[in-house]
Design a protein around this ligand. Structure first.
Ligand code: DC
Length: 222
């Protein structure tokens, strides 16, 4: 089985690029952020503070998360319900970032993530895929862009989905999440040692997709 790890901060275009690359290669695409989002959503629904480990951890045993593929698209099933659309709100983004700092939450999702890579050729996207989840991945990419550009992309994505948003708020949320994600003790967001660093600032999405697919194909065939 072949694994391609794509890590990087929020809004760098990872999911779109990784999905496209997976389709071209005939690999499955796994979005691990969606799993953290599902746990964040669960905690919000239970009225629990997602950053309070003492409240979050005991609830994990009541959660089942699975991944399904519909028309090649990943769907996230939380306790039997497809929550793939519900997990995209700004509130759930922040809850996901908070639960993701809790070591038990990370451990809870690790086997699900590794099992998917065991049985399939995967392009897996997240924060710690190349460093922790799949340290033996054949190709590791660290995809980034400036915070302002990432915030602009995220803002436009939310608006296009009809979600109400303010650019300044999106930017400050994103900076807060960057800080949380790269300063937590367990599996912080850092480039894996042998990763290929790609900065997509100033690129159109199409340019980034082409660049990434080019890099991946070159390494796969070398
Ligand atoms: O990629 P995303 O924005 O959907 O991820 C949501 C949150 O989940 C993000 O703030 C950090 C966390 N996350 C993580 O800690 N590790 C991963 N492999 C994927 C996401």
């Amino acid at each position: 089985m072949t694994a391609i790890a794509i890590d990087g901060p929020a809004g760098a275009g990872k999911s779109t690029i990784a999905r496209r690359a997976a389709r071209e290669l005939g690999f499955i695409y796994v979005d691990t952020g969606a799993m953290y989002r599902a746990i964040g959503l669960y905690m919000l629904k239970k009225g629990v503070d997602p950053s309070d480990a003492d409240s979050v951890v005991p609830l994990l045993s009541g959660i089942t998360i699975s991944i399904a593929f519909r028309d090649g698209e990943q769907r996230v099933i939380l306790c039997g319900k497809d929550v793939s659309d519900e997990i995209r709100s700004p509130e759930v983004s922040m809850a996901a970032s908070n639960v993701s700092a809790i070591p038990d939450v990370r451990a809870f999702l690790l086997s699900l993530q590794r099992n998917l890579a065991d049985g399939n050729n995967v392009v897996m996207d997240g924060r710690d895929i190349g460093t922790v989840v799949l340290p033996n991945a054949e190709i590791k990419i660290f995809l980034t862009a400036s915070p302002e550009e990432r915030a602009r992309r995220r803002y436009e994505e939310l608006i296009s989905k009809g979600v109400k948003a303010e650019y300044e708020e999106v930017l400050s949320d994103l900076k807060q999440r960057d800080y949380n994600d790269s300063h937590r003790e367990v599996a912080p967001l850092v480039p894996a040692k042998n990763s290929i660093l790609v900065d997509t600032t100033g690129n159109t999405l199409e340019q980034s997709v082409c660049q990434l697919i080019g890099v991946i194909k070159e390494r796969l065939h070398s």
